[in-house]
Ligand binder design. Structure first.
Ligand code: MG
Length: 203
């Protein structure tokens, strides 16, 4: 499986990092070795001194497809969960300045923490999904999917023009504002529509 992630999909987050709003989705990949699951702790790697959290709604792809039309795209994911797109912001900033790719900042081991997934069929409105991250009991990110720039269907249609989607692939759909640094000892908890899906520690 692979992880496809969308950057700058919430205007307020693009703004907080001084990035322009994209006219088409900004995408990057993480390999399967990036997955961190079952609420296992995240260990801060020694190559970065500024690891950021980015809470995101994650889609699980349920069948293979390429050149998927937007009107059929909702058939290609059947589960929704939460993830943290851990980002080495110090490395990313240097690479952005130089116009270099982001992989070292985004694709490292355990950089994609994921929750259990819930069936899409149990969700009332995919575009009014409240999701929240607390660190040490303090709310740090509070997002709602009604604010995304590119819908899940647009993302799937766009990405599948270039990259075949396969069953089990994950799509990180972008983070709202409020990103920041994690520190050893931090306790991260995240909720989707009031249901706690993530609860793990930074070491
Ligand atoms: Mg992200």
């Amino acid at each position: 499986m692979k992880i496809i992630a969308i950057g700058r999909n919430y205007a307020a987050h693009a703004k907080e990092l001084n990035n322009p709003l994209p006219s088409s989705p900004v995408i990057f990949l993480k390999p399967d070795t990036a997955v961190l699951k079952d609420n296992k702790p995240f260990y801060i790697p020694d190559f970065s001194s500024d690891i950021h959290f980015e809470l995101e709604v994650v889609l699980k792809v349920c069948k293979e497809g390429k050149h998927i039309q937007e009107k059929f795209a909702s058939n290609y994911y059947d589960e929704v969960g939460l993830g943290i797109d851990f980002t080495a912001r110090d490395i990313q900033n240097v690479h952005k300045e130089k116009g270099l790719p982001w992989e070292l900042a985004k694709a490292f081991d355990n950089s994609a923490a994921i929750s259990n997934f819930v069936p899409k069929s149990t969700i009332k409105d995919l575009y009014d999904l409240q999701f929240e991250l607390k660190i040490n009991n303090e709310t740090r990110q509070n997002g709602n999917t009604k604010n995304i720039l590119f819908s899940f269907e647009k993302i799937i249609a766009f990405v599948s023009q270039y990259i075949t989607l396969k069953k089990g692939d994950l799509i990180f759909t972008g983070t709202p504002e409020g990103v920041g640094q994690v520190h050893p000892g931090d306790k991260l908890e995240a909720w989707l529509e009031g249901q706690q899906l993530l609860n793990f520690e930074i070491k």
